[in-house]
Design a protein around this ligand. Sequence first.
Ligand code: ZN
Length: 174
Amino acid sequence: MDDSQEQQDRHFMELALSLAETAAAKGQTPFGAVVVNRDGKLLGEGYNSVRADRDPTAHGEIVAIRAAWRAVGAWQMLGGCALYSSCEPCLLCSFVITQIGFSRVVFAARGSDVPTYRPLLGADLAVAAAWVNSQPDWPPLEVVPDFMRERALQIITAFPWAQASTRTRVESTR
Ligand SMILES: [Zn+2]
């Protein structure tokens, strides 16, 4: 990884982590993500809003991808983009990431760092990407794990997980 790439990765991961903090401040689980194009331009950002929007698919990554798609107008423009996420994308998000053809995903915390971690098929992005990269007809996906993981762990540790399953009031994002 060269210096400018590292600098860009730090910049956008800072943003994804601050979005995770925003989610937590609003009573949502602490996950944030941003979408960045090949030129290093920010296209969309998002944080978990599942409860606020009563939308089970509103994971931080999906919210960021929706925002990016709406910003560029066509999903084909998202092919080859990079996604930065405060935590390893789950299978739901991995499906969308690989269908759209993102070329790079950088994540901070591991899924198993999350107290409520319960991965479908025991898999998440690392497993999905390994499968994708073994297929001849899927665009390759580079995965950069554990990037600024310590910061993400602080945010995850500070979150009141025990209350997360019982609380009902959350601030709507719309
Ligand atoms: Zn997800």
